[in-house]
Design a protein around this ligand. Sequence first.
Ligand code: DGY
Length: 322
Amino acid sequence: MKKKVFLTRRLHKFALEELKKKYQIEVHSGKIPIPKAKLCSKIKDVEGLICFPYDKINREIIDLAKNLKVISTYSVGFDHIDWIYAKKKKIRIGYTPEVLTDATADLAFALLIDLLRRVSEGDRIIRKGKWREIYGAYDYVGVDLQDKTLGILGLGRIGSTLAKRAKAFGINVIYHNRDKISKSKEKSLGVKYVSFEKLISQSDIISIHVPHTPETEQMFNLRIFKKMKKLSFIINTSRGKVINEKDLVTALKKKIIAGAGIDVFESEPIGKNHPLVKLDNVILAPHIGSSTKETRAKMAEITVRNLNLGIKGKKPIYSVGY
Ligand code: DGY
């Protein structure tokens, strides 16, 4: 008898075929995210679960999962899983770091260039038929990238990769982390450690690369925005809940900061009436940090490999908790 695996959404065809060879699989189709009632009923007798960042795998779900051996998430973030509780229940958890490092750092850098040079804003101006005169001395002027200071909050894999991109463009990089990286790594990346307060007050651009945890929740609020430079920018490709969105809207409206590049939101997807959509000094992306053809295929491959190991009670290649 093949073991049962449930997927809360379709994965790549190659991944589904691979899974079908080994398991009896069922894939949720229809409303995304999967309605809670359906997840509750499906989780009861499966040994493997493949889930996505918007699926809430909390205690209630874990308690229903009497046979579950592994939760394999198609994401680097795992704040949607109560992994501490899952660990107590001896459920393995797999996730997909490393393979999405470049893609996510690229997106953060794309938002940085776009913000400083107002590319998307210009695109909107043309589409609205509002480009009236050419080449005005003050029209659509952005700011140089060179010699600006980028403050990276969280110099892990993605933060370090972003630092390399920035250095190549003549940007100074400072960072703040829970733990300072080694002197030799600081030297090879050309980055300088500063306190959180200094990161906030000295950066022209802040890019957030910390996971969403109780400690980082709403770390950026009006009090912090007020401490940032008046002409500074903020970029978030980590998790929406790290920023208090209402305060961000206030800071952008009142020009407390100059602009924001946002790929992740407190609640996703956001609609066209969301207050951020109304602002010109914001670039919005629909949570596409890891969204390249190559990266998403690698993530699918790792998701399946993590599941294969976890279902046998072994440690996934990339494992959360134990
Ligand atoms: C992840 O993998 O957690 C990212 O948010 C996807 O872009």
